[in-house]
Design a protein. Structure first.
Length: 505
């Protein structure tokens, strides 16, 4: 089908009130395929979703575009063949936004799948599939989500993403370490030097997003993303870099990293204008689940006791110590207490439950902020908070755990479930993995532990139950791999919150 006959066919739908005819932009001097970074979508609402792409004819060589805005056409259809296009309009890819498009599409129907694509001249992007959330005032039958973290490009191929793309899911959470700012060769793929500038971070996202398996996972579902440390720098805390240097030198780097993150993710957030970018937000899946997307990096206190694996010290018990910052913690507390959803999913970065081994504490995780953690555990115990599920990543190893109100005391009530997802590709010391797995499995509240395999988690929530699967790939050192289920966790929903309820959608 030629472009002309395709457009002619569209005329049949001109009666649709949302359809706006729009001239196809010409090539504007672009001489190579500009959709090398694929497409994506994110942050679904009942009436809308954000569509994303970023033009880069030469993704690794600096983009390859003139320093001018480029007109891009986007199209949305109710079928994968684009027989029923419901909206097509132009947008500008601007140099000051890294030639990214963020189209906050509205006017859609709730609880429905859509297909979208972009074009410039005769260049047409891959087709992405996305969907809206159910209406907010009813209880849908299910939410199926994937959970991913830690995808160091040089550590492995994205065999996990290739398999994730084939799962039957409504959305994917990514809880951070989407890129790694660090340098190094191999063992599987090379990456350039340490990223510190906006151009560096843009190039790093271009490298990662040029991967066809990552593109397939983005094209298959809307994503809901947050970040961890490596989107900026290893183990940074608020305005302090890893070494605690003067914030005046670190904040410009953070601003560049946040800017590149914004350009490269399909979120509804406004673009940052400086070193701050509030990204914590709430999404809803009808009255089945509230999705609390958290940021444990931007506002946290510096890791106490010198970080590393030091034993607990007095500083860990400073009541001022915070992981979320006061404003985000108050927002989460108020939100959980007033939630009318059957489940409360907390999409956050670092391990929440007990990971202490002997006296060794990883102060970058919630273990390092025990009083801040206890405030949330006590909140989870409230009868006003229904069925919290804590998602976590960062460790490069996986577990399934019950969270007791006192995390190390199994005689206290279970107040939440933690799903710790394995890394997509980032390595975990293979010699340490069996020891770590054995130590974890000795804890009565840990039901599965795996430091050996890479992969992801899938989870299905219904009004009555949670069913999660730990999905592992056999290898990340080959371009393709089979996937297998290493563990399944089933949890029956506890009571709804007093304000909960609602009719089925
Ligand atoms: Fe990581
Ligand atoms: Ca991390």
């Amino acid at each position: 089908m030629t472009r002309r006959s395709f457009l002619g066919g569209l005329a049949a739908f001109a009666v649709l009130p949302t359809l706006r005819e729009c001239a196809v932009p010409d090539a504007q001097g672009i001489s190579a395929y500009p959709f090398t970074l694929g497409v994506g979508s994110g942050d679904p609402l009942p009436d809308g979703v954000v569509l994303w792409t970023r033009l880069a004819p030469d993704p690794i060589g600096g983009g390859g575009l003139p320093n001018e805005p480029i007109s891009v056409l986007w199209e949305v259809a109710t079928d994968p063949d684009f027989d029923e296009v419901i909206n097509r309009t132009g947008a500008l890819a601007r140099p000051d936004r890294g030639y990214a498009i963020h189209k906050d599409l509205r006017g859609l129907e709730p609880d429905r799948w859509y297909w979208y694509r972009f074009s410039v001249g005769d260049w047409v992007s891959p087709v992405g599939r996305t969907r809206t959330a159910p209406a907010v005032d009813c209880v849908p039958g299910q939410l199926r989500f994937g959970l991913a973290t830690c995808q160091n490009y040089r550590h492995g191929y994205y065999t996990a993403h290739a398999n994730l793309a084939n799962e039957d899911l409504d959305l994917v959470f990514h809880v951070g370490d989407y890129i790694y700012e660090s340098s190094g060769q191999g063992p599987v793929r090379p990456t350039p030097g340490v990223a510190t500038t906006l151009e560096d971070y843009r190039a790093r996202y271009a490298l990662y997003r040029s991967d066809p398996d990552l593109q397939a996972a983005h094209a298959a579902f809307p994503w809901v993303v947050t970040w961890d440390d490596h989107e900026v720098e290893d183990n940074y805390a608020a305005d302090l870099d890893k070494h605690g240097n003067d914030p005046a030198t670190f904040l410009p780097r953070r601003a560049a990293a946040y800017r590149a993150w914004w350009e490269n993710q399909a979120t509804r957030l406004p673009p940052p204008t400086g070193p701050d970018l509030p990204i914590h937000r709430r999404l809803r899946w009808g009255r089945l689940a509230d999705l609390w997307v958290l940021d444990t990096r931007q506002y946290r206190s510096n890791q106490p006791c010198g970080d590393g694996g030091a034993p607990l010290c007095d500083d860990n018990f400073d009541p001022e110590l915070t992981m979320l910052g006061d404003a985000q913690e108050a927002w989460l507390t108020d939100g959980l207490l007033s939630s009318e959803a059957r489940w409360n999913v907390l999409a956050q970065q670092v391990v929440f439950g007990d990971m202490q081994i002997g006296t060794a504490v990883n102060h970058d995780q919630w273990d390092g902020y025990p009083l801040a953690r206890q405030r949330l555990l006590d909140l989870f115990a409230s009868e006003d908070v229904a069925n919290p599920v804590v998602l976590s990543g960062d460790l490069h190893a996986a577990f399934a755990a019950d969270l007791h109100q006192q995390v190390q005391d199994p005689t206290t009530p279970v107040v939440a479930t933690e799903l710790l997802t394995p890394s997509i590709s980032s390595n975990f010391n293979p010699d340490a993995a069996p020891l770590w797995e054995n130590l974890m499995m000795q804890r009565p509240y840990v039901h599965h532990a795996n430091g050996t395999n890479r992969g992801y988690v899938t989870c299905r929530l219904t009004p009555d139950a949670l069913d999660a699967r730990w999905r592992y790939v056999e290898t990340v050192t080959e371009p393709t791999s089979a996937v297998f289920t290493g563990f399944e966790l089933h949890r029956v929903a506890g009571p709804a919150a007093p304000a909960g309820g609602g009719a089925a959608c």
